[in-house]
Design a binder for this molecule. Structure first.
Ligand code: C5P
Length: 397
């Protein structure tokens, strides 16, 4: 995701400084070279040894007498592809806004022409203070990317908005800023997860879908500049910048998909939708002493087929085919029956493939092109390949 990118990770003195270690690890896992800078305040919360050991090179802290670079205040910023400040304190935000270059990090921020991602973390009262609000607004106007803090428990047991965004979202934001942006101006709706069809007030018919592949497609599209909506039954964390509409049953998914599809350019049905549902779910809880219930099933609507029939000119519709046998011929049949532009076929009987796993192996089947096989890879890598094909189809329209 960030292969070969040189990312300066600035860490300032907030209680969340320890989370910078996780941000660094994730940036490196995504392929980046991480150059860490810590302020004096950060060193009160986190030892330099920890981040030095886990980043790509030793932590730099000094503007003067810097052993690594004779003119660190310009060189580090000039060589960076991106600067991420996580956590960013109110002081750092104010200094950056004012151009007050008193330490290595603020100098680096002024000397760079690379994009900057600032991830504030502070007490809710501080985050809401008019001076912080104004400083953030000014930075935003200048094109600085702000990854807003989240709601939750803060230092000292208080609750409010001010927690550092989670490290995965920070890495997503970095990928988005550095990404190819070839989905800019395109809207996409992705369904994800398995539907749950009620039997009674407490029991459901469900399936083993985790929603991970759909979420990975949504995250990849967002990181490439698309406007993304997820219609989901899963309770995974929302990918950075993605709007999530939560649903439970096939009927609810149909309503949200049809409503959303009306003004979206691309539809991806990654959800595992139940094919059958109980005709009349019991209102209360079925009692064990009444003996085994007889549950009559009826078919659910085929959402994808209906979206395919209602397809607008230029709209791209993508489906999945989870198969256990005759992978390609079954997938091709669904491709034409449901009027799709692309179907992602996976053999769910293979090991580490499909439902619930973090990896997948798929074949991308299109009406007018040779099938493309993607060998076992992370669901994010599969998502990248899927979005690549979608971009090719869109560019041909
Ligand atoms: O025909 P089959 O159910 O195998 O097709 C799978 C594709 O159709 C998936 O993309 C799935 O999300 C979608 N589907 C649907 N509504 C259903 C069943 C499947 O949209 N009721």
């Amino acid at each position: 995701m960030l292969e070969g990118k040189r990312i300066v990770l600035g860490v300032t003195g907030g209680i969340a400084a320890y989370k910078a270690v996780e941000v660094s690890r994730r940036l490196i896992d995504a392929g980046a070279h991480v150059v860490p800078i810590m302020t004096a305040g950060a060193q009160k919360f986190l030892g330099t040894a920890t981040l030095s050991a886990l980043a790509s090179e030793p932590v730099q802290t000094e503007l003067w007498n810097n052993a690594t670079t004779p003119i660190p205040h310009t060189k580090i910023g000039q060589n960076a592809d991106l600067i991420v400040v996580a956590p960013a304190t109110a002081r750092l935000i104010a200094a950056y806004r004012m151009g007050l270059s008193t330490d290595l990090l603020t100098n680096t921020l002024l000397a760079t022409r690379a994009p900057v991602v600032v991830c504030p973390a502070m007490h809710a009262e501080m985050w809401e203070h008019p001076s912080v609000v104004e400083n953030i607004a000014v930075l935003r106007e200048r094109g600085v990317h702000i990854v807003e803090p989240t709601e939750g428990r803060l230092a000292g047991g208080d609750i409010g908005k001010g927690r550092l965004a989670d490290p995965a979202s920070i890495v997503e934001a970095a990928a988005r800023v550095l990404g190819p942006n070839d989905m800019e101006g395109t809207s996409i709706v992705v369904s994800a997860g398995g539907t749950r069809e009620p039997i009674d007030a407490v029991r459901v018919i469900a399936n083993r879908s985790s929603g991970k592949q759909g979420y990975a497609i949504a995250a990849e599209a967002a990181s490439r500049g698309a406007s993304v909506t997820l219609v989901s039954t899963a309770s995974l964390p929302a990918p950075y910048g993605v709007k999530v509409l939560q649903v439970e049953t096939a009927a609810e998914m149909k309503v949200q998909m049809e409503r959303t599809a009306a003004d979206h350019d691309i539809i991806v049905m990654a959800a595992a939708v139940a094919d059958f549902r109980p005709v009349k779910p019991a209102g209360g809880k079925l009692k064990k002493h009444a003996g085994p219930p007889e549950i009559t099933l009826e078919p659910t609507p085929d959402i994808l087929a209906e979206l395919g029939s209602a397809k607008r000119e230029g709209q791209i519709i993508v489906g999945f085919a989870a198969e256990t046998d005759d992978l390609l011929s079954n997938a091709s049949k669904k491709l034409s029956a449901k009027k799709l532009d692309l179907i992602i076929a996976n053999d769910v009987s293979a090991s580490r493939v499909g439902f619930g796993h973090d990896t997948n192996a798929v074949t991308l089947v299109r009406p007018d092109a040779e099938p493309v096989e993607i060998d076992l890879a992370s669901k994010r890598d599969v998502a990248r390949a899927v979005i690549d094909v979608i971009v090719t189809i869109r560019n041909r329209h």
